[in-house]
Design a protein around this ligand. Structure first.
Ligand code: E4P
Length: 217
């Protein structure tokens, strides 16, 4: 499973990247706003840190606008994945941008049928939003499972990018189902390393080590 960081926070991206934990990054207009940075500057900086796909989102609603924005975003670096929304226009833009050789991440997916259409349009990634479905009392993980089944039934190569991840349990479940990628806020990715028994065990080992009076270095 690949890990993408869902953020435009350069320090967090650098930290995860140095730990060898990062396969890519996803951004969206809200995350760019939160960073307080210029989209071109911050996206270029992210692409310089991370070798894998970096999603940058279009904001037009018409096909021509999305394609023009996608082409411009793709010029930032070779590892840009153009993000388009899951609308009919977004699917048309996806097909055109894929035809030009760009990676495309189709975002804001909330149903298996939408995911099926994105695969037909040749999307590189489909982004089903788990947390936002859970927020309205629906089952985000059931959607990941449905998309996995459908893509496997027909051999679609579109990668399932589990998005809108809110907890470490979301990551475990998405991995169990076989999502290709998970994108999560840096804090959630970091929490994957935590376990109270690890902390307790480490405390006990260090206390015993102190009693030996020895040193390693
Ligand atoms: C990823 O590409 C999405 O933009 C992101 O995961 C949305 O997450 P949110 O629902 O927490 O805003």
């Amino acid at each position: 499973m690949k890990f993408f960081a869902d953020t435009a926070d350069i320090d967090a991206i650098r930290d995860l990247s140095e730990a060898g934990l990062l396969d890519g990054v996803t951004t969206n207009p809200s995350l760019i706003m939160k960073s307080g940075r210029d989209i071109w500057e911050v996206t270029k900086e992210i692409c310089d840190i991370v070798d894998g796909p970096v999603s940058a989102e279009t904001v037009s609603l018409d096909v021509d606008g999305m394609v023009a924005e996608g082409r411009k975003l793709a010029k930032i670096a070779d590892n840009i994945a153009v993000k388009v929304p899951l609308t009919l226009n977004g699917l048309k833009a996806c097909k055109l941008l894929r035809g030009e050789g760009h990676m495309v991440n189709v975002t804001l997916c909330f149903s298996a049928n939408q995911a099926l259409l994105a695969a037909k349009a040749g999307a590189t990634f489909i982004s089903p939003f788990i947390g936002r479905l859970d927020d309205i009392n629906m089952d985000g993980m059931e959607l990941i499972q449905d998309i996995r089944t459908i893509y496997d039934n027909y051999g679609f190569e579109t990668q399932i990018l589990a998005a809108s991840v809110r907890s470490v349990n979301h990551i475990t479940e998405a991995a169990r189902i076989g999502a290709d990628v998970v994108t999560a806020p840096p804090a959630v990715l970091q929490k994957m390393a935590d376990h109270p028994l690890t902390d307790k065990g480490l405390d006990a080992f260090l206390a015993d080590w102190k009693k030996t009076g020895q040193s390693i270095l």
